[in-house]
Design a binder for this molecule. Structure first.
Ligand SMILES: Nc1ncnc2c1ncn2[C@@H]1O[C@H](COP(=O)(O)OP(=O)(O)OP(=O)(O)O)[C@@H](O)[C@H]1O
Length: 264
């Protein structure tokens, strides 16, 4: 069966109600090299967006800009309708390596930066990620997947409106990765934050997102709505069609770039 019913295209959705994250003409350079070259993107409240693209295309850079950890040379970022000027206080970011503090217990890691009576909230948040019983352990006693659960809890305890995920499952084995995808999806459905996930894994992107964005040469070259019911069935033909089409597009672009280089 052919994948005929799924169109690929560049689609910029300025959703109603007003987006939680709105990027207009974002440009970013490192030295003389333009990494992002006019990115327009809108993420609605409660929407889940995955960003894919080949290594070095600027996915993490875009996420850091949305977090307010770096500044853009051109364009504007609006968070919940307000122009962003410094750190994005409505967002929390989770990285591939978890970045736990080894000298603090699991619970203390989750409560990092919080004041007052945060411990019960920390325990509750750990319960949500299935790690309540490990609250007094040191991070060194945890598996890679458990460390990422702690990192997730550390982001969630702040009840962010926007959760930014920078390849958080990239270092995990395949089974743990699937479990974590399910966990993130479950918590997202319950808490209804807006989420933006950077991933190399197109199947992961399709499994979890409402929309998959592809970045190439500093621009969004594809913005694809994943119109499949949840939980997503990976064996379903329609799921595979989305994955195949996105991969095909990535490979087409790669081949075009290679031909251009050869032709020079
Ligand atoms: N602080 C920095 N200084 C200079 N160049 C940087 C810096 N951060 C990123 N870059 C460069 O910008 C480009 C985009 O990097 P970025 O990490 O955003 O890509 P990516 O798509 O997330 O890659 P990957 O999938 O491999 O993680 C790369 O060429 C990278 O070398």
């Amino acid at each position: 069966m052919e994948c005929l019913n799924y169109q690929i295209g560049v689609l910029t959705v300025y959703s109603e109600p007003s987006p939680y994250v709105l990027l207009k003409g974002i440009r970013k350079k490192y030295g003389n090299r333009a990494v992002l070259d006019g990115i327009d993107l809108a993420a609605a409240p409660g929407e889940f967006i995955s960003i894919v693209g080949k290594s070095g295309c600027g996915k993490s850079t875009l996420l850091r800009l949305i977090a307010g950890l770096e500044s853009n040379e051109g364009g504007e970022i609006f968070i919940k309708g307000k122009k962003m000027t410094g750190l994005n206080k409505d967002a929390r970011i989770m990285f591939q390596d978890g970045r736990l503090l080894p000298w603090r217990t699991v619970l203390e890691n989750v409560g990092t930066g919080l004041k007052g009576n945060w411990k019960q909230k920390g325990i509750n948040t750990l319960r949500n990620v299935g790690l309540e019983e490990r609250s007094q352990d040191w991070p060194s006693k945890l598996s890679g997947g458990q460390k990422q659960r702690v990192a997730l809890a550390r982001a969630l305890i702040h009840e962010p409106d926007i959760l930014l995920l920078d390849e958080p499952l990239g270092a995990l084995d395949a089974l743990t990765r699937l479990e974590m995808q399910d966990l993130i999806e479950e918590i997202w459905k319950e808490q209804k934050f807006t989420s933006i996930l950077v991933t190399h894994d197109v199947e992961e992107a399709v499994a979890i997102a409402d929309r998959v964005i592809l970045i190439e040469n500093g621009k969004i070259v594809m913005d694809r709505v994943i119109d499949l019911p949840r939980p997503r069935q990976r064996s379903q033909r329609a799921f595979q069609c989305h994955v195949e089409d996105i991969l095909k597009r990535i490979m087409e672009r790669r081949n075009e770039n290679e031909l251009r280089l050869v032709g020079k």
